[in-house]
Write a protein that binds this ligand. Sequence first.
Ligand code: ADP
Length: 249
Amino acid sequence: MLSAHDVTRSFGGLTAVNHVSLEIGPREIVGLVGPNGSGKTTLLNLLSGFLAPTSGEIRFDGTAVRARRAWQPSRLGLRRTFQLPKLPARMSVLEVMLAGGRLPAGASPWRSLLTPGAVRREEAAFIGKAMGLLAEVDLAGLADHPAGGLSGGQQKLLGLAAALMDDPAVLLLDEPTAGVNPSLRRRMADHLRRIREGGTALVIVEHDMGFIGDLCDRCLALDKGAVIANCRPDELSGNQQVVEAYLGR
Ligand code: ADP
C-alpha cells in the first residue's frame, strides 16, 4: 500500500537514508528501530511526504507521494504525528480536533446560505466524530479546555486523536510514548491496536523496545541510513547486525 523504492536522502554531504526499499501493507503495524542518527525520523518524513527524496520514489496505492508543507493535508490518506505535538495553546481541545480534519466536502459559504439545514447537519456530524474520538482517549470531558493546559501525555493522545479525524489509511507516529508515563503507555498501545482494527496501517518510530515488541507485526532496523533487518520484533535480539549497530561496533 505504502512503499519506498530505492529511496536516498542526503543533507549536504551526509546520507541520512541510503537506498531504502520497503513496503507497508494494509493494517500492518511496522516499527522503525535503530540507534540514534540511523535515519528513522528522516525515513518517517520521507514516507509521510514531509521531505522529498534526493533519489528514488515513495508510492502510496500506486500514486507517487509528493513532498508537501507541514500544514498541507495529505490528499492520499497519510497522516503523521510528532514527537512533541505543537498544539496552539489558546485553541480548545475540540478546536484542535476540528482543525485536524477537513469539513465534509462541499461545506462552503454558498452552501451554508442555500442549504443551511444540510450544512448544519454535516457540521454536527463532524463535531460528533471529534467528540467520539476524544472519548476514546478519555479527553471528551476536557473538550472546552485550552489544549496548552493538558499534560504532556494528554497532548500526545490529543495529537493521536486529531490525526484520526480524516480516517487516514496510514498513520506514521514519531515516538508516541516519549514522555508518557507507564500506565498511559499501556493505554496508548490499546488505542493503537484499536486504530489498526479500524483499518489503519501504522508505522512507528519508537525507542521503547517493550512497546515495539508488544505492538508491532514487523520491524525494520536501520543503521547508517540503510535497512539492516526486516523481521519480527522478537527476532531482533538474535540478529548479529542489529546487535552490532546498537553496540556501535
Ligand atoms: P534518527 O531519527 O534515527 O535519530 P535522523 O533521521 O534524525 O536519525 O538523522 C539521521 C542523520 O541525518 C543524522 O546524522 C542527522 O544529523 C542527519 N540529519 C537529519 N535531519 C537533518 C537536516 N535537516 N539537516 C542536516 N542533517 C540532518
